[in-house]
Design a protein around this ligand. Structure first.
Ligand code: KG4
Ligand code: ZN
Length: 331
């Protein structure tokens, strides 16, 4: 069975094909990073227009030599995400469903991220915890079994990736901010600035990053002349604080639940310092740490096609819109 996956929830236009016997058989992703870089964040209207312009080309690239008649199911991200961009993916999915007379499987983007590590291994071993940290989400999720998800903690304001992007902009770095901050931090001293570690000691698993961002703003406002060294010191100090908070919360969640595996996913999971700290934690607590390959940590359609393949029982010929900007994993 071949499932076509479509992802347009934010700024990646992505299409992939997952064959239940052979695994991933086609994939194409276009990232709109350049389009949004001058604004330091995603502009929804521009994102929607660009998805419209690219999606057919991405579809053809993903298909390669596969004939559309070989597609059995069409899975697409129905939420959460930007409504305008979700609708582009949904309309495209519906058009294909009519043309090919194949059923649709609307999927939850966050659930697709959760399952992404098993796309390559094919071997899902429940239960596990997931730290999902991206430009739009910061969540600690307890995955007891398929469809049994509990959000243990989440950001009360900015997502972690969003905080990286905003702080990068404040100190004059490019977009996306995460990789820029990581790069310049190598030359910085993380002890130079004593930024607050928000909610570090709160008795729950939630995060908050807007206060930290404001602390960086005040620091920047107090600096007469920004130079490379100050940029690097702020970046390193910020990165230190963020990773400390994430690790502290993850440690608490692992200890309280007794889970022995953690999946690290989302764009921020690419961060080397975070990975190093998780490795230390792995050795200390004797746990497994799983990462999807980098290309499937960030937004992609392979995870959507794969999740669709696990949900054939939910396939339907119904063309009602299922797109929703908010869609809790627990619902
Ligand atoms: O998962 P993703 O590609 O897209 C969504 O937001 O859904 O995540 C992008 C976010 C951006 O905010 C970017 O700055 C951050 O992930 N990011 C990083 C790193 N690479 C990407 N943050 C910290 N360190 C990195 N190496
Ligand atoms: Zn995502």
């Amino acid at each position: 069975m071949i499932t076509l996956g479509i992802e347009t929830s934010c700024d990646e236009t992505a299409i992939a094909l997952y064959d239940s016997d052979k695994g991933l058989v086609g994939e194409s992703v276009f990232s709109q990073i350049e389009l949004h870089s001058e604004y330091g964040g995603v502009i929804p209207e521009l994102a929607s227009r660009d998805h419209c312009q690219r999606i057919i080309q991405i579809y053809n690239q993903a298909l390669g030599a596969i004939d559309p008649s070989e597609i059995d199911y069409i899975a697409y991200t129905a939420g959460p995400g930007l409504l305008g961009t979700l609708l582009i993916g949904e309309n495209f999915a519906q058009g294909l469903a009519i043309a090919l007379n194949k059923p649709l499987i609307p999927v939850n983007h966050l659930e697709a991220h959760l399952m992404a590590p098993f796309l390559s291994t094919g071997d899902i071993s429940f239960p596990f915890l997931t730290l999902l940290v991206s430009g739009g989400h910061s969540l600690i999720i307890d995955v007891e079994a398929f469809n049994k998800y509990k959000i243990l903690g989440q950001s009360r304001d900015d997502a972690v990736g969003e905080a990286f992007d905003k702080v990068a902009k404040l100190i004059g770095l490019g977009y996306p901010g995460g990789p820029e901050i990581e790069k310049i931090s190598k030359n910085g001293d993380f002890k130079k600035f004593d930024f607050p570690q928000p909610m570090l000691h709160s008795p729950n698993y939630d995060f908050s990053f807007s206060g930290l961002k404001t602390a960086v703003l005040y620091t920047v406002q107090g600096i007469q002349e920004m130079d490379n060294q100050i940029q690097a010191d702020i970046a390193a100090s910020f990165q230190h604080v963020v990773t400390e908070v994430l690790i502290k919360k993850v440690t608490k969640a692992l200890e309280d639940t007794g889970r022995k595996s953690i999946v690290m996913t989302g764009g921020v999971a690419a961060n080397k310092l975070l990975r190093d700290k998780i490795t230390v934690l792995r050795d200390k607590l004797n746990i497994n740490v799983l990462y999807p390959p980098l290309a499937h940590c960030t937004d992609n359609a392979a995870m959507v096609a794969y999740l669709g393949s696990l949900k054939y029982d939910q396939a339907e010929y119904n063309l009602f819109s299922q797109a929703r900007p908010r869609w809790s994993l627990e619902s």
